[in-house]
Ligand binder design. Sequence first.
Ligand SMILES: Cc1ncc(COP(=O)(O)O)c(C=O)c1O
Length: 372
Amino acid sequence: MITCANPSEQFKSYQAEIEKAVISVMRGNRYVLGKEVALLEQEFADYIGTASAIGVANGTDAIELALRALNVGPGDEVITVSHTAVATVAAIEAAGAIPVLVDVEADFYTLNPIQLKEVITPKTKSVIAVHLYGQSADMDAITSFCHQHNIFLIEDASQAHGAKYKGQRLGSFGEIGCFSCYPTKNLGAIGDAGLITTSNNDLATKIRMLREYGWEDRISKYPGRNSRLDELQAAILRVKLKHLDTDNKKRCKLARYYSDKLSELPIQLPLIRAEAESVFHLFVVQVEHRQDLLATLKKEGIMAGIHYPLPVHLQPAYKGRVLTAKNMSNSEKLAQRIISLPIYPELSICDAKKIVSVLKNFFESSFVYDKS
Ligand SMILES: Cc1ncc(COP(=O)(O)O)c(C=O)c1O
């Protein structure tokens, strides 16, 4: 079976290094927020190009703590996209703020900056730009809007570890960058983990307190929480960080292969901004007759995914409750048409060939494909 992502194959790639790192943690006597976390934080900050990085328990917490660090909370509005992992929106609510959702650009699937001026109000405190599928949002337009209106920019780079915009790594543009290190991510732990990046020392200090009960010298200065990162996950992430660029290159190579081989089919392939370098966390295409195609792929042992089947504003938990821009049609249309083809560094060219061949056969034998 060919799965959409495959963290266990990645473990096998680095098994000897990971096992050594894990055993060393187990033989030590510090299992949470120790040396491995501190080293990972420094190495990740250096990699992204920020002064600091802070390890936390997961990506959802990263966003919630980022908002809390910026004093964004009850009564404040936070603008983000509806076409994202629900976690982005859940984190806004966890901080006590009100999510205001805008549409995505039709070509790049990231925040449509034109709608920002439609939804901004005196209550708007922050914009969260989500770099979806490994591709940068329009950082020029979004950063200039945030500066102009004096609101905080947070980047949700959970799907974009290592990706760049105009040569600069994502997660270093806003006041704060947030990363999930869920196992399937480009930088994935063997369990839950998250990282926060910032070049603002005061924010870094506050986030370190917030992740552990708001403590300063064991006295709570802020109402905080427990969102500590453990040493085992940090040690594993340190091993994988060393290989991240190589792994991202493998993803890009597979993406080029798909784009090349599928260009003649009635499939809308992903487009990359001229200013951006994607790390292809996912390879998302748009098709008609998605259910038939998914069933055919499944019959051939290929498990494609859908990221995501419903925009957040239409999901039962949020419907009629979150504020949205007037026109959400791109998000709504995408949810009906997208398929994520398998992509991960260890996916063999042989498997990629099989996927291409199943897709070709599907469209060639399908009545919907008029070759004339
Ligand atoms: C864009 C985005 N934001 C936030 C998250 C939340 O991360 P986590 O699952 O680590 O809490 C994810 C992970 O699925 C994500 O893809």
